[in-house]
Design a protein around this ligand. Structure first.
Ligand SMILES: *[C@@H]1O[C@H](CO)[C@@H](O)[C@H](O)[C@H]1NC(C)=O
Ligand SMILES: *[C@@H]1O[C@H](CO)[C@@H](O)[C@H](O)[C@H]1NC(C)=O
Ligand SMILES: *[C@@H]1O[C@H](CO)[C@@H](O)[C@H](O)[C@H]1NC(C)=O
Ligand SMILES: *[C@@H]1O[C@H](CO)[C@@H](O)[C@H](O)[C@H]1NC(C)=O
Ligand SMILES: *[C@@H]1O[C@H](CO)[C@@H](O)[C@H](O)[C@H]1NC(C)=O
Ligand SMILES: *[C@@H]1O[C@H](CO)[C@@H](O)[C@H](O)[C@H]1NC(C)=O
Ligand SMILES: *[C@@H]1O[C@H](CO)[C@@H](O)[C@H](O)[C@H]1NC(C)=O
Ligand SMILES: *[C@@H]1O[C@H](CO)[C@@H](O)[C@H](O)[C@H]1NC(C)=O
Ligand SMILES: *[C@@H]1O[C@H](CO)[C@@H](O)[C@H](O)[C@H]1NC(C)=O
Length: 208
């Protein structure tokens, strides 16, 4: 009985870390796992509180259980963007198309200092699009005010977690000097979760 419970818990944990991504900084409009495939903002269609976003040296931070994904950042220069604005922004030269190459936390620079639309005090919405190739395309958005003086901006939130070896050695790179063990929990779970399930299944079979 206990083993079945444990198996379910492990499966649930694995599913929860592997199937989605979250925008962790700046704060997302919202996240609901089932609705994250809903364009353009994972079902969060209305404006939320704005974060002061630096025109120079900005970034977005995400967390996911996937090992690889293609990732796109779009910006919509509009105080209340609608679907058509998001569609148009996806083709803009301001978009960043990149790749995520590790599970856990990822920091993607998003510098707007060369963009003439990014003037001090401009309202904008940043849309992030995540495609692991293993399921639906996923969406998260954040509402911002672009500024030369992002006094509350947290540069320490820019973290790339990296699993460096099968021994589970975990390090961090990018704009951060250190990472806490919790930063690689999702990654570690991805790496060891399947092994744990195999062990549970084998022990079940041997006892029955
Ligand atoms: C948005 O800001 C208002 C005023 O500062 C605050 O009361 C509210 O809790 C904030 N909402 C969220 C979702 O953080
Ligand atoms: C975006 O670009 C693609 C291919 O270049 C094009 O097919 C599509 O119509 C464009 N969409 C918009 C909204 O401009
Ligand atoms: C973090 O890793 C991603 C690849 O997953 C890379 O594109 C990005 O530039 C890295 N961020 C920093 C700040 O090094
Ligand atoms: C940009 O706006 C902020 C807040 O309104 C202000 O503190 C800052 O001085 C402005 N920067 C420039 C270059 O005008
Ligand atoms: C920016 O957005 C806020 C609501 O989030 C709105 O109150 C304000 O008027 C907008 N500013 C401009 C210049 O449109
Ligand atoms: C930046 O903003 C802070 C608080 O919003 C303000 O005290 C400071 O004077 C501003 N700095 C500049 C250069 O405008
Ligand atoms: C900035 O981000 C780091 C890393 O996520 C976090 O530990 C720290 O509490 C944040 N600082 C503030 C002021 O929110
Ligand atoms: C972990 O990896 C880092 C960087 O590759 C290395 O400096 C460190 O010695 C390693 N730690 C262990 C315990 O293997
Ligand atoms: C992180 O970036 C900020 C400004 O973007 C800089 O002031 C700080 O020194 C950087 N920290 C590290 C550890 O590179």
């Amino acid at each position: 009985m206990q083993r079945f419970t444990l198996l379910f818990v492990l499966l649930a944990l694995l599913a929860s870390v592997s199937a989605h991504f979250t925008l962790t900084y700046p704060v997302s409009r919202g996240f609901v796992a089932d609705k994250e495939p809903t364009s353009p903002c994972g079902s969060f269609d209305t404006l939320q509180n704005r974060t002061l976003f630096p025109i120079s040296g900005g970034f977005v931070e995400i967390k996911s259980g996937h090992v690889k994904a293609s990732f796109q950042i779009n910006i919509i220069f509009n105080s209340n963007p609608q679907n058509a604005d998001f569609t148009a922004a996806a083709n803009s030269s301001a978009s960043v198309k990149t790749n995520m190459d590790h599970p856990g936390y990822s920091c993607f620079p998003f510098d707007l200092s060369a963009n003439s639309l990014a003037t001090n005090g401009t309202n904008a919405t940043i849309q992030t699009i995540f495609d692991s190739g293993e399921g639906a395309i996923l969406y998260q958005c954040t509402d911002v005010i672009l500024t030369t003086n992002a006094s509350d901006w947290n540069s320490s939130a820019c973290i790339n977690s990296t699993i460096t070896s099968s021994s589970g050695n975990s390090t961090s790179s990018g704009n951060s000097t250190a990472t806490t063990p919790s930063k690689s929990d999702a990654a570690a779970l991805m790496q060891h979760g399947f092994v744990a399930i195999v062990i549970v299944v084998v022990s079940l079979v041997m006892n029955l």
